[in-house]
Design a protein around this ligand. Sequence first.
Ligand SMILES: Nc1nc2c(ncn2[C@@H]2O[C@H](COP(=O)(O)OP(=O)(O)O)[C@@H](O)[C@H]2O)c(=O)[nH]1
Ligand SMILES: [Mg+2]
Length: 356
Amino acid sequence: MQMKTFRAATSTAAFEKIKAELGDDAVILSNKTISENGSKCCEIVAAIDSAPAAPKRQSKESIVEDALENTVGWQREWSQIKGQIMALMKPQIDLNALSPKQKIAMEYLEREDADETVMTRIFCDLREDKNKSVLPVLESLVNVKAFKAQNWSGTFHAFAGPGGAGKTSSLVRLALKEKKRNPKARICLATADGGRGKGRIVLKHYAELSGLAFREIITRDDFLLLQKEADQFDMILIDLPGLPGKATLEEWSALYGLSTCEDLSIHLVLNPYYSTKQFERFIEKYKSEQLASVIWTKLDEACTFGAILNMAFVSGLPVSALSYGSGLKNSIAPATTEMIWRLLFMRKLPGGDIQP
Ligand SMILES: Nc1nc2c(ncn2[C@@H]2O[C@H](COP(=O)(O)OP(=O)(O)O)[C@@H](O)[C@H]2O)c(=O)[nH]1
Ligand SMILES: [Mg+2]
């Protein structure tokens, strides 16, 4: 048996090292948080029965073949079925079957990048009644649950999403907003993002500045500890890392013990200007039973807002906050339905500015 100790800033990084060096068959013997040169890190002892197989050399052709073979079958099938349903539906979507007002609304939403599934759903609803306005239809499509302590019963809130989406800054700004609204609120900021990354420093800085508690989650032990002290806090906000490669939120949550925490809501932080394919990927990557809302960021940089409708329809998740600037002040708002309609139909940001 070959045994080796691995150290890295987080469990995820340590597991990556183990996978690269010992392969998928490695057995974990221990996994703990230790102190190294004054900062915390993760130490894992892993073992493997025999020497790991040398990575096989691949020709260009075999890489292409592997890639084609590995395309997840059902994903491809589903997107084909969806494409065919849409192709069948499209000729049925005759905008002239609607009232002139309804037609204008549909054309507007199409320009705003509302996708085919959303357009089909709205069309079917409007076609039933020529006097029906588009707003009640949209209201049945997009739910809102503002990010305010009184709206959410659980203590733990984790912020997930792609790197650079605005997780750390949304978390800090929402925590400061909550503290301002209720100075007695006992709020804890916790980082599970990379141990030594910039996000950690930002979080620590604002926690110290604003009298908030600060914790680091390097391994699942740290999260267990935080759960044990949870009754000291009214709200615990956790900054999750952007997950690299094929890593999924479900895997990550299981690894760190978040998936068994019943008191946890995960908020997905997204920008409206990712491509349709990218959104499809994120929906797969970040799917989780604990996903509870979407926080839309960088609205000030977007030129269409149809993604908010598309995501609401496909995920059924409410929108909890809207971020519209990089500054600390007046740049994030707990969401309201009015804000979303103003954004969609008037290009008015929650702060009042009009988008070009
Ligand atoms: N323009 C604009 N910039 C934002 C917004 N939210 C975050 N940012 C900026 O986007 C960058 C990445 O944000 P960060 O919170 O570090 O992203 P993370 O990697 O998801 O934690 C930072 O420079 C933020 O200041 C927003 O709503 N509008
Ligand atoms: Mg961050």
